[in-house]
Design a protein around this ligand. Sequence first.
Ligand code: SAM
Length: 197
Amino acid sequence: MDHQELTTYFRSLDRSFFVGDDMKQYAGLDRPLPIGYDQTISQPSLVLEMTKLLEPEKDSKTLEIGTGSGFQTALLAKMSMEVYTVERIGELMKKAKERLNALNFSNIFYKTGDGSTGWQEHAPYDRIMVTAAAGSLPDELVEQLAIGGRMVIPVGPPHLQELKLVTKTDNGDINIRTVELVRFVELKGQYGWNNKK
Ligand code: SAM
């Protein structure tokens, strides 16, 4: 991954474009902000850090679970060949898609539904980014990770989680490294936190 290209694009992205009118004045702060429907956009420094950890490459097929505002999706789409993004809340997905279309991305594929089960149809994925907290590592996502692939996912209870870097080695073994403590909204759905829909 070209870190310079990522940083330059990150700096050029106007976060106020990705939040509602009432939050635009706060968009420059390094803080999570509400995006409606009890969901949040993460603080920009964490979005950048997680993208660096994922290390998307120009030939990567990337799966993102939790489109939210579309801010993280834009970074992933800039650094990957294709991004498959899944969001369970239709209204958030509609707005995110409008924003990303306005930015002229043509390598993003959208699905509204439960992303805790991944997106089997297009698997395997070289990279998987999960931006909501799972109670445990969803088997389906591990299965959909390609050999040599990387997944970044917060795992743990609702108020504090461990950010995990999951890698699949050439012989299919799974390595899991805990990177730091984070706080994300819950991943819902079949393999989500407490199986909450
Ligand atoms: N990365 C996003 C951004 O840049 O704006 C923020 C994501 S927000 C912290 C988490 C998102 O995950 C929410 O939009 C939420 O609706 C979504 N989500 C939670 N459970 C989900 C599931 N099972 N499938 C798909 N999306 C889910």
